[in-house]
Design a protein around this ligand. Structure first.
Ligand code: IPE
Ligand code: IPE
Ligand code: MG
Length: 263
């Protein structure tokens, strides 16, 4: 996938096209992670039940998945359900689960068309059997794809993931003296994937809510007041453009142009 693939899908002369043309394809984030938040508030603003916000949020998911794949993003991770979200009313949880099942069923053809590989991160084994079946179907059908990796974080908790990784490391019989950061990350749900370069959160909340705690160590954070059901291609492109202006230092200092020229 490439900028051309994206441009072929955007109406010519539109503001989105102008945004897309500003993106530097040599400097794309390898991994984008998104905390999709604000569905309930979106619904409340319209005097609708909260679940209508979740329903509307599916269109944002579609738009963001296809935009990312066409642009050539390697990994996209969407936070769909946290281990803490079980605290919500049973009816809301049920609607979220059935929306998820429907999304996979209806979007499978789009995932295949865009060469997207679908995966789940989180304690999927604790989900209802019918949900697990649908997820496994999506994973199986897309496992041969070689394009963007699309992780959906479901029954996901960052601390739970670290505990699961520690348990797996211990069970593997690894010599503790040889365990380092690189080795430890091989036990995480995201083993083998690059860490997120860009972490997006919608609806203005300035917190990470137990998302990818290990992996976001040096992610660039971009928060927008836009509520998830209103989030579209233009917002994603805006976030990427902003990311491309950041100066990532990883604790070091920025090399001066003189030093660079002297190399
Ligand atoms: C995000 O929207 C969706 C999930 C967490 C599943 P919310 O449902 O959290 O919406 P707000 O934050 O209450 O507006
Ligand atoms: C984070 O949103 C979880 C997901 C987006 C799935 P929440 O709405 O659950 O987070 P808090 O409660 O505002 O921290
Ligand atoms: Mg929320």
């Amino acid at each position: 996938m490439s900028l051309e693939q994206l441009l072929a899908w955007i109406p010519p002369g539109s503001p989105d096209e102008a945004l897309a043309r500003q993106v530097n394809v040599e400097q794309l984030p390898a991994h984008i992670a998104i905390i999709m938040d604000g569905n309930g508030r979106w619904a409340a603003q319209r005097h609708l039940p909260r679940v209508e916000g979740h329903r509307a949020g599916i269109d944002s998911v579609r738009d963001v998945v296809e935009t990312s794949a066409r642009l050539g993003i390697q990994v996209l991770t969407l936070y769909a359900f946290s281990v803490e979200n079980w605290k919500r009313p049973r009816t809301e949880v049920n609607v979220l689960m059935s929306l998820l099942k429907r999304y996979i069923r209806l979007e499978l053809s789009t995932l295949l068309k865009n060469n997207i590989r679908f995966r789940v991160i989180g304690r999927a084994e604790e989900l209802a059997p019918d949900v697990q079946q649908e997820l496994e179907h999506g994973i199986r059908k897309t496992e041969g794809n070689t394009g963007m990796l699309f992780n959906i974080a479901l029954n996901y908790g960052g601390r739970a993931e670290i505990v699961d990784a520690a348990r797996r490391a211990m069970a593997s019989g690894i010599d503790p003296a040889t365990l380092d950061e690189a080795k430890f990350s091989e036990y995480l749900y995201t083993a083998g994937q690059p860490d997120p370069d860009l972490l997006i959160r919608t609806s203005g909340e300035m917190r990470v809510s137990n998302f990818l705690l290990w992996q976001i160590a040096y992610a660039e954070i971009w928060v927008t007041d836009t509520l998830w059901p209103d989030f579209r291609r233009r917002d994603l492109l805006t976030a990427i453009l902003d990311y491309q202006k950041r100066d990532r230092r990883y604790g070091g200092i920025k090399p001066s142009p003189v030093a660079l020229g002297a190399k």
